[in-house]
Every structure is written in C-alpha cells, then in structure tokens.
Design a protein around this ligand. Structure first.
Ligand code: PEP
Length: 256
C-alpha cells in the first residue's frame, strides 16, 4: 500500500470506460519515466483504468504508479451479478478506488449512503478511497453548492474515525464541469475545496489538514497549474486529458 506524505500533490487520471487492455498496457509502459520524474518532485501519479485493464497497468507500470479501480461493491462475495469486490481487487494488488463519481451517481444510483458503505469497507481493508463529491448545474445555479457538498461529505464519511480518514482523498468535481470544457474558476475550486476541509475539520479535527482534496472538471495541461496553486487544492482528478500519454505528461510537466 502506498502511504502518502503530508499532502503530497496528486495527479490522478480517470479513464472511465476507455482503452482496451492492450492500449492500457502501452500507456503503462510509456508512463514509467513520468512516475519516476513525479516521485523526484514529490508528486503522486496514478490512473483508474477499467476493471479489465487493471492487471495490465499494474503489471506494466512503475511500482510507484497508483492504480485504482473506478468502483467496488461493499460485499466481498455473493449474488451480485456484474459487481467486483475488494478481495478481487486486492488479488491484483489494487489498493485505491474511486467512490461516488458523478457518472455513477447519475447513471447507477450511487447514493451517499452507498458511498459510505463502500468507503468503510475500503478503509477497513487498508485501501484508499477517492471520494468524489460535487453539485449539478441546477444546484450550482440555485446557490446550493456548499449544502450539497456538505451533505455528501457528512453522509459519505459517517461513522469513520479521524485515524481512519488520514489516507482518504476527497475530489471536488462540479458535475457541470466534468467533460464539458466549462471549468470552475480557480476561485470556486479553492472556495469549495477549503469548505470541504472545514467540514472535514469539524468531523475529524486536525487530521483534516492531512487529507488531500483534489479538484476535477475539465482540467487540462493549460489550466492545471492555476488549480494546483490554490492553497486547498492538493491535486487534480482528470478525465479526458489523462487518456493520451502526451497530454498526461504535459499535465505533469506543468505542475513540476
Ligand atoms: C472525471 O472524469 O472525473 C473528470 C473530471 O473528467 P474531465 O477531466 O474529462 O472533465
């Protein structure tokens, strides 16, 4: 398991439902020098491939590459057709997992309560959840961003202890900015990421200063530096711009 230092910068690519396993392998091999470069600059680098490409990436990338799943079930086995469990991920050495990505909330009825169940078992199994939160466009326009995000954080992380949340990562991803090219301004990103940290402090105390909070939503090589210059933004969760190795490299180079 990869233990993060105190809020090392984190660049995590979310590949969603993209790449054949052979393409994932090619990327993994090409990423080796980038992971080394990132490490030398105190930055953590990772990707979340589809389940079927996890093994190819794990086997072919640098051992320091974070490789995470995009979802997991909270039961470890049983009659849950189409699902994948924590032991199945661990068998392949996978110890990170996205939880509550907005596409899963939208298309797969991923509720805050379900996220909570998943986050709890991931942490009990020494895995790192990347808990995604964020408001829809309608909620943003109605001025409900902080109320929505607070509810997502409080319910999603319910009944956890401060010791348990130390390695957790939270990603603030306004739904209206994901895959749309409409990024949140750096002011919004900082304001909401700081707000998330304040909620975490209220729930868990000073450990909130060790929890990494990422921004995600149309992050590109041209804008990543501005986000990572915000004091409460500890990294980026990147979809589209993480798919091609050149663009992934440019994301890294622009935050060195
Ligand atoms: C994401 O998938 O989490 C994401 C932020 O996508 P994009 O960077 O393409 O907006």
């Amino acid at each position: 398991m990869w233990f993060a230092n105190m809020r090392r910068k984190l660049l995590l690519g979310n590949w969603k439902m993209n790449k054949l396993s052979s393409e994932a392998k090619e990327f993994a091999i090409a990423s080796r020098p980038l992971v080394q470069k990132a490490k030398e600059n105190n930055i953590d680098l990772g990707v979340t491939p589809t389940y079927l490409s996890l093994a190819a990436v794990k086997e072919n990338a640098s051992k320091d590459m974070i490789v995470g799943a995009q979802n997991v079930h909270f039961n470890d086995h049983g009659a849950f057709t189409g699902e994948v469990s924590i032991p199945m991920l661990k068998e392949f050495g996978i110890d990170w997992c996205l939880i509550g990505h907005s596409e899963r909330r939208t298309y797969d009825n991923e509720t805050n309560e379900k996220c909570n169940a998943k986050i709890k078992v991931l942490i009990e199994n020494n895995m790192v959840p990347v808990y995604c939160v964020g408001e829809t466009l309608a909620q943003f326009e109605a001025g409900q961003t902080k109320a929505v995000v607070e509810e997502q954080v409080r319910v999603g992380l319910k009944d956890l202890t401060s010791l348990q949340v130390k390695e957790l990562v939270v990603a603030y991803e306004p739904v209206w900015s994901i895959g749309t090219g409409k990024n949140a301004s750096t002011e919004i990103a900082e304001d909401v990421c700081k707000f998330i940290r304040d909620v975490l402090r209220d729930m868990f105390g000073s450990v909130a200063d060790e929890i990494r909070v990422l921004y995600g939503g149309s992050v590109k090589p041209e804008n990543i530096k501005a986000y990572l210059s915000c004091p409460d933004v500890d990294g980026a969760l990147v979809g589209g711009a993480s798919l091609k190795i050149d663009s992934y490299e440019a994301l890294l180079n622009n935050i060195l």
